[in-house]
Design a protein around this ligand. Structure first.
Ligand code: FES
Length: 173
């Protein structure tokens, strides 16, 4: 299961790097990694090696930086990234059961991504929406006071959108 790394994506990254002055290249690593993750969705091995060559930075150092910042990931994420808040307020309001039921519904454990790269599931700390506990983020959307019986309904529009993207047409429901 590998996500395709397109030539266009590499070209976009090369263009970004080419705008950086030579004497700033080594100090621009984080900026370049950030851009690369925006383009590819994660930081694949080939991309890391390419960045190392272009910035003249050892790959071991790049992996060190990636490991240090939890924002960076070397694993592909799903198109729908579900983040379940497991902070105190959400926990008290039932996030633990919600997490178990969400795992069962998606057939994923926390931290996993589905084989088809549709969904990623992650438990996170307080997302700053304690008044909406238990809170669930799906990409940029915040879902408030989610209970186990809401899971199917919550996922429905995302599943529908994924299906439409797959078939390239509107599904009738
Ligand atoms: S604890 Fe969940 S939003 Fe704050």
């Amino acid at each position: 299961m590998t996500q395709e790394l397109s030539r266009e994506s590499f070209d976009r990254l090369d263009q970004f790097i080419s705008k950086i002055n030579d004497h700033e290249k080594a100090s621009s690593l984080i900026k370049v990694l950030y851009e690369a993750q925006e383009i590819f969705g994660y930081l694949p091995r080939d991309v890391i090696f390419s960045i190392g060559e272009k910035l003249n930075v050892p790959t071991a150092h790049i992996y060190g930086v990636i490991t240090f910042y939890s924002f960076f990931t070397t694993k592909p994420k799903g198109k729908c990234q579900i983040k379940l808040c497991l902070g105190t307020a959400c926990f008290v309001c039932g996030a633990e059961k919600l997490a178990k039921d969400m795992e069962a519904e998606l057939k994923l454990k926390m931290g996993e991504t589905s084989e088809d790269l549709s969904f990623s599931l992650e438990g996170v700390r307080c997302v700053g929406a304690c008044g909406l506990a238990p809170a669930v983020l799906v990409n940029e959307d915040v879902h408030a006071r989610v209970t186990s019986k809401d899971i199917k309904k919550l996922l429905r529009p995302y599943r529908k959108a994924l299906k439409m993207n797959e078939t390239g047409s509107e599904s009738s429901e």
